[in-house]
Design a binder for this molecule. Sequence first.
Ligand SMILES: N[C@@H](CCC(=O)N[C@@H](CS)C(=O)NCC(=O)O)C(=O)O
Length: 191
Amino acid sequence: MAGEKGLVLLDFWVSPFGQRVRIALAEKGLPYEYVEEDLMAGKSDRLLRSNPVHKKIPVLLHDGRPVNESLIILQYLEDAFPDAPALLPSDPYARAQARFWADYVDKKVYDCGSRLWKLKGEPQAQARAEMLEILKTLDGALGDKPFFGGDKFGLVDAAFAPFTAWNKVFRVCVVGGSWLGQSVWVRVAYS
Ligand SMILES: N[C@@H](CCC(=O)N[C@@H](CS)C(=O)NCC(=O)O)C(=O)O
């Protein structure tokens, strides 16, 4: 049964992309039906029909209509539920900045983090150096603020937070364990 807002989430529990959507739905207080797609066992017809292009989770169904790609889902939730707590600021420039950093996380962190997991030897050392630069860049964007958007948890935090669960991998790329970041949830994840 879809939640009272007509929302169904096709997801796989361990997916950082699915976790982004679950975090956003929780922040917004939107009820939804969670449908586990056991990707190890294959893909359901519903998933294949709902995301015929990429065939990936997460998929958010709203009144039966699928929305694909985690960052697009997050932005869709902003548009479709304007009365729910916002994850994007109202100022157009600040919105563009938030989208820029969410896109940066999307392009850089997953790709580099996956290489850290998978590679060994010199290629892994290269990925480690790259990850350090990525985290330093994100730390610079965070600055002294508790969250990327300022005082309030926002879209960039939701986009990045799931990857802090990879802290073991991130730690190996942190020289002397010194990169901690300022954000509340980064501190929690690394403590
Ligand atoms: N860019 C996509 C990535 C989604 C993604 O990679 N999902 C993975 C699970 S973490 C998946 O469904 N993999 C199945 C496959 O690649 O066939 C997003 O942000 O939603």
